[in-house]
Design a binder for this molecule. Structure first.
Ligand SMILES: Nc1ncnc2c1ncn2[C@@H]1O[C@H](COP(=O)(O)OP(=O)(O)OP(=O)(O)O)[C@@H](O)[C@H]1O
Length: 301
């Protein structure tokens, strides 16, 4: 079953494109990453999923409810963390949470808040005005979990958290997911997707350029080759390296090639020339993502 499904979801702010033709299908039980650079359209998409802004066109269904009319009851089933949150500065973290719990008709003591706060090393007895950005984020995360939602929608949840906290936060996400929660979160940090997500959608300039399993991206047949020849200088033309990779690069004495297949032919070609050093490795997730972004950019020109 789909936890989130969108069909050709499009949002224009006046004449300015927010996103266009977004097709998402997040299955129940998944941890799904929504990754893209600044201004790509992540928050715009999420705000539409949360019924905070109206689409220009397209369809959305959340927890199997089409959002053709406003669905107030859905909010009780979703934990939403916006990218920026503001609280009354003179309240303590605990008071904020008690207030939010009352709004949801629940008692704070009946929630797992203490356990989660401990996991995130969060002191809820302090006033909001004394909290750092990371602590405000933690407060936001605790608030989204108060009502034990079926679906978590988190907009850049780790911004402001230090690496140690990010680690604890992802442990928490994994634990929540094991207990049956579907999690959809946006980020621009690749390693986060690699650590926890089952699948990922890559968004750029308001459009999804690929959706796939993280493991599939990692299993790419591509190989990156770094070679330093005995002869110095840029030898791309002299050695005909562009025949194997038209985007071959040269920097600080090293030639960089990315090849898809027939690696034996590439090695045969390279080894005609005296080699000082060579390394062959699987591209990192980061390199693969960068390739998507660059490819799309190239296509637009
Ligand atoms: N309220 C608005 N009015 C006009 N344009 C907007 C508005 N909100 C977003 N946009 C534009 O829509 C596009 C997508 O922005 P959005 O905030 O959704 O991206 P994002 O991926 O969440 O970026 P970031 O990672 O920086 O938060 C951008 O070009 C942005 O300038």
């Amino acid at each position: 079953m789909s936890a989130i499904s969108t069909k050709n979801l499009t949002k224009y702010y006046g004449k300015h494109k927010g996103v266009s033709n977004i097709n998402l299908d997040v299955k129940e039980g998944e941890i799904f990453g929504f990754i893209g650079p600044n201004g790509a359209g992540k928050s715009t998409t999420i705000r539409m999923l949360m019924q905070l802004i109206k689409p220009t066109s397209g369809e959305i269904s959340v927890l199997n409810k089409p959002l053709t009319t406003e669905q107030h009851t859905l909010r009780n089933k979703i934990g939403y963390l916006p990218s920026e949150i503001n609280y009354y500065k003179d309240m303590t973290g605990k008071q904020v949470l008690e207030f939010a719990a009352r709004a949801n008709d629940i008692q704070l003591k009946d929630t797992s808040t203490n356990q989660y706060a401990e996991l995130l090393n969060f002191d809820m007895s302090k006033k909001v005005k004394s909290y750092s950005m990371g602590n405000r984020k933690k407060l936001g995360i605790l608030q989204t979990l108060l009502h034990k939602p079926k679906l978590l929608i988190l907009d850049e949840p780790t911004s402001g958290l230090d690496p140690l906290m990010q680690h604890s936060f992802f442990d928490l996400l994994k634990e929540l997911n094991r207990s049956g929660m579907t999690i959809f979160f946006s980020t621009h940090v690749l390693s986060e997707v690699e650590k926890v997500c089952d699948r990922v959608a890559i968004i750029r300039n308001g459009e999804i350029i690929r959706t796939s399993k993280v493991s599939e991206i990692q299993e790419s047949k591509k190989r990156s080759i770094e070679v330093q020849f005995m002869e110095s200088g840029n030898l791309i033309e002299k050695y005909g390296l562009q025949q194997m990779d038209s985007a071959v690069g040269f920097k600080n004495g090293i030639h960089y090639l990315t090849v898809q297949k027939e690696i034996h032919n590439v090695l045969k070609h390279i080894s005609q020339y005296p080699i000082q050093d060579i390394s062959i490795h699987k591209p990192t997730l980061e390199e693969l993502f960068m390739e998507y972004y660059e490819k799309e950019e190239g296509e637009e020109q």
